[in-house]
Design a protein around this ligand. Structure first.
Ligand code: NAP
Length: 321
C-alpha cells in the first residue's frame, strides 16, 4: 500500500512488520503471510533467535525424534516464505509509535512505515553484573554451551544457575569438558525434574550448592577461575576454571522501544489478557519479550500465531489490509 505525505512524496506503508526472527516472529510470519499480508520480518542481530543457540529440541510437538534448533527455525522461515513473507537482515534501532503509520528506524536501511507492528524481539542471557564480565565474553566466558562448548575439550568449566537452561548447558558440556561444576545459589534446583535428574546422574557434573560467584578471575585476559561465596556462611573459596557459562535467566530485548510500551516490573512487555494487544492499538506482542514465565518454543509459536491473527483483525477492522 502506498500513501502521499504532506511533502507530496509517496511512501510505501507495509501492512505488517514483524520485529524479530525467532520462533515467535516466524510463527507470526507464517500466519500473516498465509493471510496474504506479505509481512516483512526484520531479522535482528541474532537471526533465528535463541533456538539457534540451543542444540536439540525434543519437546516441540510433532517431532518424534529431536530436531536441531537451527533446523526448526530454518524450516519455519522457509514455510513463511512459501506464503510470501519477506526478510530483511537489519536491526530496528528505534520506532515512533505516536504516529500513524508507525515509523520504524533501521540500523542500516532507510525508514519503514507500517500499519501494524508485531514485537517479537525476544530476550537475551542475563549477566551476573561483575567487574570485567563483559570483556571476558568469548575469552572463557559464555552463555551458550552449544556455541562454545567445543573449545573446552578436557578442560574444567562451571555453569552458573539452577534452571532448565543450566541443566542443559551442563549436560551438553560433558561432551567436551572433563569436569563440569554447576554453581547454584540455593539448595534446590529450579529445573524440571526430568532435566535435574538427568544432570544429577552424570558423573562429570558436580553441584556446588548455596554458592554465589562473587568474582571472575582472569589470566592473560582469559577466565582462570572464580571466587565462590557461600550465601549462608559468607565463607569464600577460589575455584580454578578454564571456562564459565552463565545460565541465570534472560532479559527482554526492549531497548529499541524506548519506553513506549508498558512493561511489568522485570521489563517484560504486557498485553491485554488473552490477546497480544498492547496499550497502543495496532502494536502486538509475541514470544519471550512478553513472557517471563513459560519461554518455550511451542508457547512462542502460539503467541506468534495469536499476534498475527490479532493484526489481521485490526487491519480488517480499520480497512487497512
Ligand atoms: P530460569 O528458570 O529463570 O532459571 C534461572 C536460574 O538462574 C535460577 O536457578 C536462578 O536461581 C538463577 N539465577 C538468576 N539470577 C541469578 C543471579 N544473579 N546469580 C545466580 N543465579 C541466578 O531460567 P532458564 O533456566 O533460562 O529457563 C527459562 C525458561 O525456559 C524456563 O521456563 C525453563 O523451563 C525454560 N527452558 C526449558 C527447557 C526445556 O524444557 N528443554 C530448556 C531451557 C529452558 P533461583 O532458582 O534461586 O531463582
Amino acid at each position: 500500500m502506498t500513501e502521499g505525505t504532506s511533502g507530496g512524496a509517496v511512501r510505501q506503508v507495509l501492512p505488517v512488520v514483524i520485529v524479530g526472527s525467532g520462533i515467535s516472529g516466524l510463527s507470526a510470519a507464517v500466519y500473516a503471510a498465509r493471510a496474504q499480508l506479505a509481512p516483512l520480518v526484520i531479522e535482528g542481530s541474532e537471526p533465528g533467535g535463541q533456538l539457534t543457540l540451543t542444540s536439540e529440541v525434543e519437546n516441540y510437538p510433532g517431532f518424534e525424534d529431536p530436531i536441531l534448533g537451527v533446523d526448526l527455525v530454518e524450516r519455519m522461515k522457509k514455510q513463511a516464505a512459501r506464503f510470501g513473507a519477506r526478510y530483511r537482515s537489519d536491526d530496528v534501532v528505534g520506532v515512533d509509535l505516536s504516529v500513524r503509520p508507525f515509523a520504524i528506524t533501521l540500523g542500516r536501511g532507510g525508514p519503514l512505515y507500517a500499519h501494524t507492528l508485531i514485537v517479537a524481539s525476544g530476550a537475551r542471557a542475563r549477566l551476573l553484573g561483575l567487574p570485567g564480565e563483559s570483556e571476558l565474553f568469548g575469552r572463557g566466558l559464555s552463555s551458550c554451551a552449544t556455541c562454545d562448548g567445543a573449545f573446552f575439550r578436557d578442560r574444567v568449566v562451571a555453569v552458573v544457575g539452577g534452571g532448565d537452561s543450566a541443566m542443559e548447558e551442563a549436560m551438553f558440556l560433558t561432551r567436551y569438558a572433563k569436569k563440569v561444576y554447576v554453581v547454584h545459589r540455593r539448595r534446590e534446583l529450579r529445573a524440571s525434574r526430568i532435566l535435574a535428574d538427568r544432570a544429577q546422574s552424570k558423573p562429570e557434573i558436580e553441584f556446588v550448592w548455596n554458592a554465589a560467584v562473587t568474582a571472575i578471575h582472569q589470566d592473560q585476559s582469559m577466565v582462570s577461575g572464580v571466587t565462590l561465596t557461600d550465601v549462608e556462611t559468607h565463607e569464600t573459596r577460589e575455584l580454578p576454571l578454564d571456562g564459565l557459562f552463565l545460565a541465570i535467566g534472560h532479559v527482554p530485548n526492549t531497548e529499541w522501544l524506548k519506553g513506549q510500551l508498558p512493561t511489568d516490573e522485570h521489563g517484560y512487555l504486557v498485553s491485554h489478557p488473552g490477546t497480544s494487544e498492547t496499550a497502543i492499538p495496532g502494536v502486538f506482542v509475541a514470544g519471550d519479550v512478553a513472557d517471563p514465565l513459560y519461554q518455550q518454543a511451542v508457547t512462542a509459536a502460539g503467541t506468534g500465531c495469536i499476534a498475527a491473527l490479532d493484526a489481521e483483525e485490526y487491519l480488517a477492522e480499520h480497512n487497512l489490509g
